[in-house]
Design a binder for this molecule. Sequence first.
Ligand code: G3P
Ligand code: MG
Length: 242
Amino acid sequence: MERQKPIVIGHRGAAGEAPENTLASFALALEQGAEGIELDVHITKDGEIVVCHDPTLERTTNGAGCICEMTWDAVKQLDAGAWFSEAFRGERVPLLREVFALVPAGILINVEVKHSYEGRMEHALLDFLRKSGRLEDVVISSFDHKCIRRIKQAEPAAKVGLLYAANLLNHAAYAQQMDIDVFSLHPYFHSFDQDDVDGAAAAELAVYPYTVNRPEDYQRMIDYGVTGIITDYPGRLAEFLK
Ligand code: G3P
Ligand code: MG
């Protein structure tokens, strides 16, 4: 059977070659041919959705502390590029809406919700997405499947994905036993096999494994017939797929 080529999804932009989750990283991913990007979100004390992996600022900025205890005004002062390399000094933590402004319509945006923040994130995110008019381009995923269920119940037009590392007995069946319509599975790339991908295809679920960076693993994912591959090196994957 002829398999469809998976789409290239840049993890945190092009996290292998630029400071993760910055505008520079997303711009590089697009330049390198990514057809989708993955990003992580948290919320500030004053309700702004910011793009950052960790709930704290120490690892990826010159600041410190919890994002949820800081205002956007404080977070936007920080440098989020120099820790990666001098060439990226001046990059800062972006707002979700700044990433949307950068990314053209038609590119898949996988928004990974890191925390619910007692429901504040779901509320703010759906409010933003409805106003953006780009629900069609967006897949919201999370390791918190109850949060994903709340999002889908609040906005049936949202596409939602289940993110997980466990090698479940039956990946598609897990999604199907949820009382919502799941769009995609986002499994850890070592924790599933051909049967799981076939089962997902039969259930019309997209499969977006994370985070795949080596050629031999790219090949395995292609052979399985996954829908898209989340990688820190979108340029390398785009080249590999040619
Ligand atoms: O969404 C896929 C992947 O990003 C999940 O893990 O820790 O890189 O956000 P993490
Ligand atoms: Mg992520």
